[in-house]
Design a protein around this ligand. Sequence first.
Ligand SMILES: C[S@@+](CC[C@H](N)C(=O)[O-])C[C@H]1O[C@@H](n2cnc3c(N)ncnc32)[C@H](O)[C@@H]1O
Length: 197
Amino acid sequence: MTREPRDWEAYYRKTRDRPPRPTLLDALDRFAAPGFAVDLGCGEGRDTIELLRRGWHVLAIDQELAAIEGLRARPDLPKAGRLETEVAAFEDAIWPKVDLVNASFTLFFCRDGGFPALWRKIVASLRPGGPFAGQLLGEHDSWAGRADVVIHDAAALDRLIAGLEPEMRRVEETDAVTPRGEAKHWHLHHLVLRKPA
Ligand SMILES: C[S@@+](CC[C@H](N)C(=O)[O-])C[C@H]1O[C@@H](n2cnc3c(N)ncnc32)[C@H](O)[C@@H]1O
């Protein structure tokens, strides 16, 4: 099956004013003070903006130059916090130890069998006690079967997150239209997982 090109700029135009993801807010509410986070597949930064607003130091990574340029040009970019950005695939990016890994609606785009290594890198980069926040796709998702999408059924998810402490593991199945106008059945695992202290 071939990889279909994705028009991320259309997605950014539609979603740039949307609020931060509930998974990020859930993870952030567990911190008494700001720390250092990596935001993988940050897009135009709906989550990065919230992290900065709360005084976090954020390394925002996205493969799309348009995402990073859009983030840096946002009129609502907070003065608080500290922003670093990198245009890179998260499979290739190297980042230091962090207090939080945020990856909203993005890891399932991991390329070419790279997910296991990416997940090991994510877990290794978390400081003890630090959470991962983000989404993975389940087997009922209408993108299941596409060569360019990573799917985790419940058993695969159990194996993946063994060794982490689930603070949120919520399944959502819903029929919707994507910001780019595609009718879609979502089967989402919303995850906040803490690396044991
Ligand atoms: C659905 S958007 C999500 C953006 C943002 N995190 C949010 O929650 O709205 C997915 C983002 O992941 C980025 N992305 C997809 N595959 C990637 C990869 N392999 N490495 C880095 N970024 C990637 C895309 O460029 C896009 O900005």
